[in-house]
Design a protein around this ligand. Structure first.
Ligand code: ADP
Length: 156
């Protein structure tokens, strides 16, 4: 059985994330979306809220579950018996960071493979930080985040 972990901050989840999760769920038997607790970032949305928003967004996908982890991603992958880390790539600018992270994770756990899915063109400029910026200035994010969380993200 192929289990993959899709890690990230999801601050908040966007349609770009949901697209990667949906496509991942068609490729792998099980997808675990894992909110990584990053001590160097102070998130706009609390962890519990981010988990709640992801759960609401993926509840129609039967083989997707949602969790969080504070610590090394490869340790979490091992704990879940997952052999795959799933990441999305938007632009060349994502590549350098992702390349370094994949190399580091390979160094730490040679049997865990990182798999990349290219963004859909319509989401290639979409990021959680863009969404947060628009919300702060009272703009419309209905085309950018899953419908299920529209009322939640208005309260930033
Ligand atoms: P992180 O802080 O780990 O980058 P994010 O929540 O920003 O976490 O993103 C999680 C993953 O989703 C990353 O691999 C990122 O490149 C990918 N991603 C983010 N936005 C998009 C998008 N619009 N299209 C495709 N992939 C995306």
């Amino acid at each position: 059985m192929s289990v993959c972990i899709y890690p990230g901050s999801f601050d908040p989840i966007t349609l770009g994330h949901l697209d990667i999760i949906t496509r991942g769920s068609q490729m792998f038997d099980q997808v675990i979306v894992c909110v990584m607790v990053n001590t160097q970032k102070s998130p706009a949305f609390p962890l519990e809220k981010r988990l709640e928003m992801i759960k609401a967004s993926v509840k129609h996908l039967g083989n997707v579950s949602v969790d969080s982890h504070a610590g090394l991603l490869v340790d979490y992958a091992k704990k879940q018996n997952a052999g795959i880390i799933l990441r999305g790539l938007r632009a060349v600018s994502d590549f350098e960071n992702e390349f370094a992270m994949a190399a580091m994770n390979r160094q730490l756990a040679g049997d865990v493979e990182t798999v990349f899915l290219m963004t859909r063109t319509e989401y290639s400029f979409l990021s959680s930080s863009v969404v947060r910026e628009i919300i702060r200035f009272g703009g419309d994010v209905s085309e950018l985040v899953p419908k299920a969380i529209l009322s939640d993200v208005k309260e930033l």
